[in-house]
Write a protein that binds this ligand. Sequence first.
Ligand code: MG
Ligand code: ZN
Length: 224
Amino acid sequence: MPTKVTIAQHILAANEAIAQELRQDLGARGLATINVMSAPGAGKTTLLEQTIRRLRGQLAIAVIEGDIETSNDAERIEAAGAQTVQINTRGACHLEAHMIRSALEQLDVGQTDLLVIENIGNLVCPATWDLGEDLRLVVVSTSEGDDKPAKYPQMFATAQVMVVNKLDLLPYVDYDLAKVKREALAINPRLHIFEVSCRTGAGLDAWCEWLLTFAHSALQEITR
Ligand code: MG
Ligand code: ZN
């Protein structure tokens, strides 16, 4: 079915062009941008809530919140203290660059340092859609299977950071953390890995410190 492949490539190429424009535009506005991806329920929103609370006063964060339906997560993020715009994809299983471009029109990013995009919970197609971000973060959790890197290699190959969440559940689940890290690093040897529990706060200081350093160096890069 060559026609189908051609169309898919054409759509991805169009997205790529918008993403490149967006990357330049975000850079010109002095915004470092992260694309946060995971399977449903790994804890993207909770990680963002905790990160926003911990970095309050140190890093001004705005969030574009992608969900198929509802604004539940956007309300949580706003309550944590970040300016938030909700995108509802009405069935679509990933965000695309044009959606980010429209959402940006509704954000006042004058005082913002870091733009965080929470993608749709899905480890498959978000990996192939460039949103103009500077950093791709994949969140996995110990309540999922420990074969996620092996099963969804493209997600781990294209991410720069992996956060393993729900460390507090390790004693109660059959989750081989060493295997997850080994298999993720086999796919992407340069992957930065953080182990956290958003519930207990374990590991969050190290993650927030790293993010702060990343955001500052990205901002220096952008404004140079
Ligand atoms: Mg969420
Ligand atoms: Zn999709």
